[in-house]
Write a protein that binds this ligand. Structure first.
Ligand code: ADP
Ligand code: MG
Length: 314
């Protein structure tokens, strides 16, 4: 009896506190972003499948909310891809991987948005050409090291990124970059160390290793190849005139449609590779070349690359 009375008293007290606003009414799920409070500010960028917008999430409606980046898909039938991306990114916690904040479900889950932290400086592809004069080569190597650290973590969680490129690395500030865009990331089953690609359209072919182009197999080592191409981009400050597609097209000649893939594969199998970028140290170019070994097993591992960059930076 005394206990019941005590419980009633506590309940009464809590109700008092609730109405007086001492306790916020009902704890809400911080990863559930309500559509009605999400205000679009401007478009941040778009890739092959998605579109990313800068939004203000302002549940109090007084402009005190937080800035977030909201990713949605250009076409509705890609929604499973975005769901998969959300399931990947929500499980990743690393300093060099973009932070997941939550999801925004509209109209009964038809039009889902991925909400992530907003990185004002954008991707390396936007940032490097603009800030070339203030970024020295050592800084570029620091970015390379951080990308490797993020990739090493991703691999340790048994994921293959499959779309590593400067356009998918975001800049937090002048000394911190983070891997973003997990749209093509696949989780590998314990018994398989590759993933077979089925969708072919819009592939970033010039970042792909030969085995991806030839037999559509993706290994962790295929990410290492793409890292080599990303390192090439870094060392050119993402100069559009010297972008990997530009360099490869110069190498294999301009062609139409299907022929591009065949010519690219032929050139790679012949052992042709992008040349050392102007003013890139031989030591750094030799790392690229060790990412571009034809056989996946012969390529460097992210662990070794981390050691090499740490050494170059020491
Ligand atoms: P897609 O899957 O379509 O390639 P991304 O996730 O790569 O989409 O985003 C496209 C572009 O949007 C990026 O290249 C970058 O410029 C910009 N962007 C993406 N996420 C963010 C973010 N969190 N903060 C700032 N800009 C971003
Ligand atoms: Mg992208």
């Amino acid at each position: 009896r005394a206990v019941v009375r005590e419980l009633d008293r506590i309940k009464e007290q809590r109700e008092q506190e609730l109405v007086s606003g001492v306790i916020p009414p009902q704890e809400t799920d911080p990863t559930d972003f309500k559509r009605r409070f999400l205000k679009k500010i401007r478009k941040l960028g778009e890739g092959n499948f998605g579109m990313v917008e800068l939004c203000l999430y302002d549940p109090n409606g007084d402009q005190t909310g937080e800035l977030v980046a909201a990713k949605s898909l250009k076409s509705e039938n890609e929604s499973n891809n975005l769901r998969r991306e959300i399931n990947t990114i929500r499980n990743l916690f690393h300093e060099n991987i973009v932070k997941y904040k939550g999801i925004c479900n509209e109209e009964g889950g038809m039009n889902i948005k991925l909400i992530m932290e907003y990185l004002p400086a954008g991707s390396l592809k936007d940032y490097l050409p603009r800030n070339k004069s203030t970024i020295n080569q050592k800084r570029l190597l620091l970015y390379a090291l951080q990308i490797c650290q993020g990739m090493e973590y991703l691999g340790s969680q048994n994921y293959i990124h499959r779309d590593l490129a400067a356009r998918n690395v975001l800049v937090e500030n002048e000394s911190l970059v983070k891997i973003g865009d997990f749209g093509l990331t696949k989780s590998i089953k314990e018994d398989k160390d590759y993933y077979t690609v089925t969708e072919e359209q819009d592939s970033p072919v010039y970042w792909y290793a030969p085995e991806c182009l030839i037999s559509r197999k993706f290994y962790k080592a295929s990410d290492v190849w793409s890292f080599g191409v990303t390192l090439y981009e870094l060392m050119t400050y993402c100069d559009r005139e010297r972008s990997p597609p530009q360099i490869f097209i110069k190498m294999i000649g301009r062609s139409h449609g299907q022929m591009t893939m065949a010519r690219l594969v032929y050139a790679l199998e012949e052992g042709r590779r992008m040349p050392c970028p102007q003013s890139c140290p031989e030591m750094v170019y030799s790392l690229m070349r060790r990412c571009w070994s034809h056989a996946p097993d012969d390529r460097m591992h992210f662990k070794d690359l981390i050691k090499e960059f740490e050494f170059l930076l020491s």
